[in-house]
Design a protein around this ligand. Structure first.
Ligand code: CA
Length: 267
């Protein structure tokens, strides 16, 4: 079983009693006046990480659900679908990568940020199968995590470079930005939130090239300074999903050392 938590195995056998599920929830309003949903879920079995993290997020005004196990995470997500999930991979009852898949299926619109101590997990969680949107390696600095969450939460509106309610179309591809729906020749393509934002940013550029830095800062984090591997993995899963729906995957053109361009042949 993947274990992304450095503290695992070091916890005393007689650890403090776990708080009841209800006690770990803050059921006050989850939606702000402007309609922004602030519900986050922390999935973390290590209380020495989960408790201060939950408190820090609540202090920022988020409505936080805290799950200690995969089973609790699925139960809470069904009751109150979170906008964003912070997911530890080393859980007692289920592999975190498998939980990532299940959460992605049960709450398709949620942003999943994996917190992992193992750099090698990155390929797996951001890859074609698990469906995570972002990752931070442990130990992480709280201000960095909070900045990353703020960047993700801002993305609930129209994707960067686009206008709310706009419908973009090139060839057989149609993007409804208000509904966050993508269709190829009338067939809906199920995309993860970041895949949608990425495609929208590229399509909105109307055939112009978009640099890697622009994509990282506008689709992920305005203060992004780390690896841009996330971008390449999202582009490859986007190409695969478009191809499965009959779109030419070469429509997303790689510009080596520069960025990407959406340029469907024959459109
Ligand atoms: Ca753990």
């Amino acid at each position: 079983m993947a274990n992304g938590c450095t503290a695992d195995g070091q916890r005393p056998v007689n650890s403090a009693p776990r708080p009841a599920l209800g006690a770990r929830r803050n059921r006050v309003g989850t939606v702000t006046a402007d309609g922004t949903d602030l519900t986050l879920m922390v999935v973390e079995d290590d209380e020495s990480i989960g408790r201060p993290l939950t408190a820090a997020l609540q202090a920022q005004g988020y409505d936080v659900l805290w799950a200690l196990t995969a089973a609790e995470a699925l139960e809470l997500a069904a009751l109150e679908p979170p906008v964003l999930v912070l997911l530890d991979l080393g859980l007692p009852d289920l592999d975190g990568v498998e939980l990532c898949r299940l959460l992605r299926a049960s709450v398709p619109s949620t942003v999943i940020v994996v917190l992992s101590a193992r750099a090698e997990d990155v390929d797996v969680v951001l890859g074609l199968e698990a469906g995570a949107d972002d990752y931070l390696t442990k130990p992480f600095r709280l201000p960095v995590l909070l900045a990353r969450i703020r960047a993700h939460m801002r993305r609930q509106g129209p994707p960067p470079g686009t206008t709310a309610g706009e419908v973009l179309g090139i060839g057989d591809l149609r993007l409804d930005l208000g509904a966050r729906r993508v269709e190829v020749a009338g067939r809906e393509v199920p995309l993860r939130p970041k895949e949608f934002d990425l495609l929208a940013r590229l399509v909105a550029a109307h055939g112009q090239a978009v640099t890697r830095e622009q994509l990282m800062s506008q689709v992920w984090d305005e203060h992004w300074s780390g690896s841009t591997k996330t971008l390449d993995m999202h582009v490859s899963s986007l190409r695969r999903k478009l191809a499965e729906h009959g779109e030419d995957p070469s429509a997303i053109v790689t510009l080596r050392g520069y960025g990407y361009r959406y340029d469907p042949p024959g459109a």
